[in-house]
Design a protein around this ligand. Structure first.
Ligand code: PRP
Ligand code: MN
Ligand code: MG
Length: 180
């Protein structure tokens, strides 16, 4: 285990198992839709999860990316979401799934869903690897949730602190002395 991590919350195996289940659920739910699905990975945190998830979805599938940021290098959401990179795909009339690593305050997804709905997709759902038990979380309709997780500062498997730790193959709690 990395020296800056106090405990592992989800192991590599936990993640692989749950992501496979999420992919199977999506495959079942969208089996009949015309045109397959467009999976939008939310950079940068959602990238690792998305790459594993799409390989567990057995459907015609397009992948695209949006980059947004609300945290910068801090530990709290600023509440202001900025688009740093927009889609290349026209999602009008398409079945769209947003793939995100985590819902914390919910501001990022609240903003994204409003923004993407204005482009008139045929449907829009969210697959979030984790939903944190955060007080006053925005009300997000998230169809696929991998894990509920405690309100601790976690990193790994795409999640960063100040851009580090995204490459850890598991999700763990960052020691407080690292960010205090
Ligand atoms: C993190 C995380 C989610 C968002 C969740 O992204 O990846 O996208 O915050 O927080 P919220 O529900 O409070 O909005 P961040 O802004 O750190 O950018 P990153 O993905 O590039 O790390
Ligand atoms: Mn993110
Ligand atoms: Mg971040």
């Amino acid at each position: 285990m990395h020296n800056d991590i106090s405990k592992i919350i989800f192991s590599e195996q936990d993640l692989a198992n749950r992501v496979a289940e999420m992919g199977e659920a999506i495959t079942r739910d969208y089996a009949e839709v015309p045109g397959g699905v467009v999976v939008i990975s939310i950079l940068r945190g959602g990238a690792v999860f998305t790459c594993d998830l799409i390989r567990r979805i057995n459907l015609p599938l397009e992948m695209d990316f949006m980059a947004v940021s609300s945290y910068g290098n801090g530990v709290k959401s600023s509440g202001v979401v900025r688009i740093l990179k927009d889609l290349n795909t026209d999602i009008r009339g398409r079945h769209v799934i947003i793939a995100e690593d985590i819902i914390d305050s919910g501001f990022t997804l609240q903003y994204l869903m409003k923004n993407l709905l204005s482009r008139e997709p045929a449907s829009l759902t969210v697959a979030a690897l984790m939903r944190k038990d955060t007080p006053n979380q925005a009300d997000i309709d998230c169809r696929y949730v991998g894990f509920e997780c405690p309100d601790e500062f976690i990193v790994g498997y795409g999640l960063d602190y100040a851009e580090h730790y995204r490459n850890l193959p598991y999700i763990g709690v960052l020691k407080p002395e690292i960010y205090q």
